[in-house]
Design a protein around this ligand. Sequence first.
Ligand SMILES: Cc1ncc(COP(=O)(O)O)c(C=O)c1O
Length: 365
Amino acid sequence: MNNKFIPQMEPWFGAEESNSINEYLGEGGWMTEFKRTATFEQLIAQFTHAKHCIVVNNGTISLTLAAMACGIEAGDEVIIPNYTMIASPNSIKMFGANPVFVDVEKETLCLDLDKVRQAITSKTKAIMLVSANGRYPKAGISSFEQLAKEHNLVLIEDAAQALGSFYPDGRHIGLAGAVGSFSFSAPKVISTGQGGALITNDDDIAAKLRRLKDFGRSGGGNDIHDTIGYNFKFTELQACLGIEQMKKLNWRVERKKEIYKLYKKHLANNNNIRFFDQDLENTTPWFIDVLAEQREELMAYLKQNNIGTRIMYPPINKQVAYQVPGEHTISELVGKKGLWLPSASQLQNDEIEFICKTINAFYNK
Ligand SMILES: Cc1ncc(COP(=O)(O)O)c(C=O)c1O
């Protein structure tokens, strides 16, 4: 048995991050967003090839602001996958818009195009396309862009799990919609502790987002307010982390892909574990997500062997917070069998081998 517990996920900050924070503190800055935040935004804009990047304090409020900046209002319907982190629907519930839950594709766990089409009503104003584990829908992003155009809907991309993932046409995930949103919470590919970023090529949306996050100020630092806004600003301390983490992003993207390949190799002959379709050329698997037979027993066995796992998101319509009737076969299947295996970038090859051997041993008992 392995002596050291292998967590399902752990954040990874090093000496570079602490040096950067210490250096900033030594300068006696104001903490609130300023030059380092601007640099962090530029780094994300460069990496994703977005015209604008606006950072905010997390990847939930970023979705709220994205929807508000795109003109979504209380009472409007927004189509959202029934398999996603609960932040996706909660973000628009916050200002009274209504999520309409639609099932996902079995291969990618992204929205099912035909089911989206069937769910459109006269109240539908937007589609929130969530990139599940960096994946894009099998139906193709252009089909979603086309559908949104046909029905005059706004396409918002929840790319919280997708930094380092691209569509096959070369665009970074998050740039196909009117606005795309990332999260930098602790388990993400890179983290600023908490944090979110919005990318867009639309000047008007970018200006609205900047006002919404800063009290509706008409310009940096002034107290002139033509519109209502709030305070969802970033801090320079988070930016210090983010700048250093961005320098490590390319390596982490490659490492995540290697980790995924190793799991697939070592579990190739295990019919009790099923992987989803992950295009490793273009996308970066954030977590190792699988469907596992006898999931609960497997989790307990892995825990006894010092291996941490996590159940994937349950179907949102069945969450007590929502309780919306409807049968959504794929998100329900994920709710029963979906499992995240250890996925941290710092995972060692021999640890992956040990995890897979333990999984195989469980089913061969
Ligand atoms: C798909 C998705 N959307 C939104 C969020 C929310 O991001 P945050 O935790 O930064 O608020 C997450 C976080 O895990 C997520 O996975």
